[in-house]
Design a protein around this ligand. Structure first.
Ligand SMILES: C[S@@+](CC[C@H](N)C(=O)[O-])C[C@H]1O[C@@H](n2cnc3c(N)ncnc32)[C@H](O)[C@@H]1O
Length: 186
């Protein structure tokens, strides 16, 4: 079975080591749960490259994507896409009512702080126990804010949320987020 880094090179995905280098972190986080993940949602589809990678990587998962412009030519037996804004709670509610809780949620959408915050605050409750919520491409200038917020949220979650280590790639943008503790996946 191929690693995410290998799949990234094959599909020329920007999450791979040629650019952001996030896949090294994702390989560490996701390898232990690879066979158990049943659903993953990514905000931000673009041409669908990462959705295809998730489909190849997680053999049993349905892959959901959300974007303001859903591409017409992305196909895949286990890929489902929804058109709407990540900051629109009505849209997120309608979507999550259809999808149900997810094992992994990744925000690779518009990368605007307020929008990332809107999505996080609505979607964090839709992460299954043992699953991950990850925000990509956090610039250095916003890192302190996110560090504080995620620490605070972990603190007030009564042990339900655990921060994942901040990982900064070679071009100084970071990924960060939570793992929902005590899980079905463990
Ligand atoms: C970096 S691309 C996603 C790349 C994709 N995840 C990949 O790795 O192949 C960002 C995408 O977010 C979408 N986007 C921008 N603003 C958005 C918003 N407010 N809500 C949802 N999607 C948004 C854009 O249309 C674009 O397709």
């Amino acid at each position: 079975m191929k690693t995410l880094e290998e799949l990234s090179r094959e599909y020329q995905c920007l999450k791979g080591s040629q650019w952001h280098n996030y896949m090294v972190m994702y390989d560490l986080l996701f390898t232990p749960i690879r066979e158990k993940v049943m659903s993953i949602l990514e905000i931000g589809i673009a041409e669908g490259t990462s959705l295809k990678i998730w489909q190849d990587y997680f053999p049993h998962a349905i892959i959901y994507g959300v974007d303001i412009n859903v591409p017409k030519n992305v196909t895949g037996d286990r890929i489902r896409m929804f058109e709407g804004k990540q900051q629109d709670w009505d849209f997120l509610k309608q979507t999550m009512d259809k999808i149900g809780p997810c094992d992994v949620i990744i925000d690779d959408g518009g990368h605007i702080l307020q929008h990332q915050l809107c999505s996080l605050l609505y979607l964090i409750d839709w992460v299954r126990e043992g699953g991950f919520y990850i925000i990509e491409d956090v610039p250095e200038t916003n890192l302190k804010f996110w560090e504080f917020l995620t620490m605070h949220m972990a603190g007030i979650s009564q042990g339900k949320l655990e921060q994942i280590p901040i990982f900064t790639g070679p071009i100084t943008e970071s990924i960060l987020g939570f793992r929902r503790k005590k899980g079905l996946l463990e």
